[in-house]
Ligand binder design. Structure first.
Ligand code: PMP
Length: 358
């Protein structure tokens, strides 16, 4: 088998090895269908089983009941930044947003095209290094939007904000399925698949059915949740192969013990890195301790020259994707569900060694 390296990419990101091998086995001819999943009609019986199986398994993993619909759409989380306000804001035409970084800001910018945005809290004052704890919510808002994990700044909500009866909408692009959540608290949970769920191209939208009723028929059909819900995500050709891959990941997580098992492992993995750094005066995590992300571990070295050297030497040693986002610099180790514990332990050893030599 070909060699694989430790891939710390923020997304598209590492997928479980078992899933890749299964896809390899299925690739040329899926089960006894005589064709690749890529070559199948999305309306065929074989494909229908793949698609509805993925929807069902995702609902099981999330604990989502019959009052939720799973949509597999396209356009990334980015298109949802527009679809959410277009579908959910009217007729109230105002919504609450929590600003915790670059992705929240993009969501806010699109919402402002539709109606009034109340920024209920923001951590912009300290360069998004923490999660706000106090919120000024408007009880009449159409919904509250937040970003559960801030991929760039390495911060993460420990708990959902308490929003009372106002529908809660969450961009969970970079931490969906990393731990058990109470799905009943969410009106919409969405994200691009390319971190914890599967390949880029699939957008997961788990939506409570009463939210779908809000959509106005004047919307362009493709922008309307009702269109996609009524067509069961097949209004047009879905990303057939992508959803198949997501389905394999869902089955893999279920086989590994579900989101509970993912969480236990994620706490352990992130703990290895943070505990080591807390004892070091050399590596400094950028996020406030209580708000540190289990998915994206962001940190700095004593200066930028050392950071460059660190990334170069790490790459030579088989650790890929450690460069921080271009907008913030520093180091970012993305350690999603599929990232192996051995890889984190190996990085800690490399960091010890690098510190000793530099
Ligand atoms: N939200 C978050 C939290 C993200 O991390 C990203 C992508 N890194 C996006 C939104 C944008 O997602 P997409 O590229 O799928 O549109």
């Amino acid at each position: 088998m070909k060699k694989r390296i430790f891939n710390f990419s923020a997304g598209p990101a590492i997928l479980p090895e078992e899933v890749l091998l299964q896809a390899q086995e299925d690739f040329y001819s899926y089960k006894d269908s005589g064709m690749s999943v890529m070559e199948m009609s999305h309306r065929s019986k074989v494909y229908d089983e793949i698609f509805t199986g993925a929807q069902k398994d995702l609902k099981t993993l999330l604990g989502a009941g019959d009052d939720y619909t799973v949509l597999f759409l396209q356009g990334g989380a980015t298109l949802q930044f527009s679809m959410i306000p277009m579908n959910l804001m009217p007729p109230i035409n105002k919504a609450d947003y929590i600003n915790t970084g670059a992705w929240s800001k993009k969501a806010i910018a699109e919402a402002k095209r539709v109606g009034a945005v109340n920024v209920a809290a923001s951590s912009a004052d300290q360069n998004f290094s923490y999660i706000p704890k106090e919120f000024k919510f408007d009880p009449e808002a159409a919904y509250v939007h937040f970003t559960s994990n801030n991929t760039i700044f390495g911060t993460q909500f420990r708990n959902e904000p308490e929003v009372g009866n106002v529908p809660l909408v969450c961009d969970a692009s970079s931490d969906m399925l990393h731990k058990p959540i109470d799905m009943n608290k969410y009106a919409i949970l969405y994200g691009g698949a390319q971190k914890n769920i599967g390949p880029a191209g699939v957008t997961v939208v788990v939506i409570r059915k009463d939210m779908i009723e809000r959509s106005n028929d004047d919307l362009h059909a493709y922008m309307n949740y009702k269109t996609h819900a009524e067509a069961d995500s097949m209004y047009n050709t879905p990303t057939t192969f992508g959803v198949y891959m997501c389905g394999l990941v869902f089955k893999h997580i279920l086989n590994k013990g579900g989101v509970e098992a993912m969480y236990a492992n994620n706490v352990k993995k992130a703990g290895l890195l943070y505990d080591f750094m807390d004892e070091s005066d050399y590596y400094k995590p950028t996020a406030a301790k209580e708000d540190r992300s289990l998915m994206n571990v962001t940190y700095r070295l004593p200066n930028e020259d050392l950071e460059k050297k660190f990334i170069a030497e790490a790459t030579e040693n088989g650790f890929s994707g450690l460069k921080g986002h271009r907008s913030v610099g520093g180091i970012r180790a993305s350690i999603y569900n599929a990232f192996p514990t051995e890889g984190v332990a190996a990085l800690v050893e490399f960091m010890k060694d690098f510190k000793a030599k530099n």
